[in-house]
Design a protein around this ligand. Sequence first.
Ligand SMILES: [Zn+2]
Length: 217
Amino acid sequence: MTSLIEIYRRFPTKEAAVAHLEKVRWPNGPHCPKCGADTVARKVEPNQADRLQCWSCERSFSATVDTIFHNSHIDLQKWFLLIALMLNAKKGLSSMQAARDIEVQQKTTWSMMHRIRGAMKDDGRLLSGLVEMDEAYVGGKPRKKNRRDDDTPSPRGRGTSKTPIVGAVERGGRVKAKMVGHDEMTSDDMEAMTREMIDCRVSTVRRPTSTRWIWTR
Ligand SMILES: [Zn+2]
């Protein structure tokens, strides 16, 4: 689970939060959402640091376009905090409580939570078509900075103390992910998880970490 302190550390300013969203949306640099051009410049006016300008079609846009954060007057930092609060709240989170935590009016907080829930909702349909499935390891302690005292490299992949997450992405963008225990990574478990997330009657499942294509019918 991501702690609130960690969110603060990672996104100490509005600019840091915007930079993160840009990196996630456009790993190879910003693209114009309208015409697709990558000839994009950042606006220089004060308070316009998140606005980008397309040289090709001359539209201006920001990384929030087509996301749940679009047209919101609430800072991205507060959005990220609210998402963390919601993910961490095991017994649910009231908009009253959340409003106090992020210092935003309750009505606004309620509609933010509504948008976030909508974006996180699993529509219950299994993924199908071409689906890529992989495991990732998140969280845990940072790696040692000085390795000279300790030649054993930190374990990566299976064998780390980090939390394994198995995710599947359908071509077109739908995603399912599941947090799993370290003792739930056998091939039987993986097969069960595949069937839980993917409609295997009509799908081709590919695991990017292996060169093998797994055909399941
Ligand atoms: Zn453009």
